[in-house]
Design a protein around this ligand. Sequence first.
Ligand code: FES
Length: 164
Amino acid sequence: MMQDDLQQRITDAVQNPKNLGEMKNADSVGTVGSPDCGDMLRMWVKFKSDDEGRKVIDRATFQTFGCETAIAVASVATELIAGKTVEEALSMSSSDLAAPLGALPPMKIHCAQLVEGALRSALAPDTAAPATAAASASNTGSLIESFTASGQKLPPKIVLKPSE
Ligand code: FES
């Protein structure tokens, strides 16, 4: 069944998340919280020049106090955006970013929007992203400090420890 395949891909991504953890030498960072569930996600981005001299995303990493879907989408999205220009990455919708997992059920779409919001916040902090269900949050301090400052009660559903 389709849903079982989706759940299996999410479980696989959560058990072996890619690009998890703080990036010390990042060029950009974006943090957003979801008004839907109170979860929070931060994304770090490092740029490089590609062979044609274009500025592209070298790599991206994330931390989140979010559900399994948010972790899985962030894992696949950080892989998808590597090598893309800022414009190319910004042109991707939350469903584009989650595409390797398959179509998400309606109640999980905001989880992918959290990833899209953090990416937009990192790549284009000046442009609001009204299409996403994410609200920007402070990039200062650790993610857990931002989370606590947002008024959420600990413990969150899933805590991914910083990779320090
Ligand atoms: Fe909050 Fe999925 S339930 S990000």
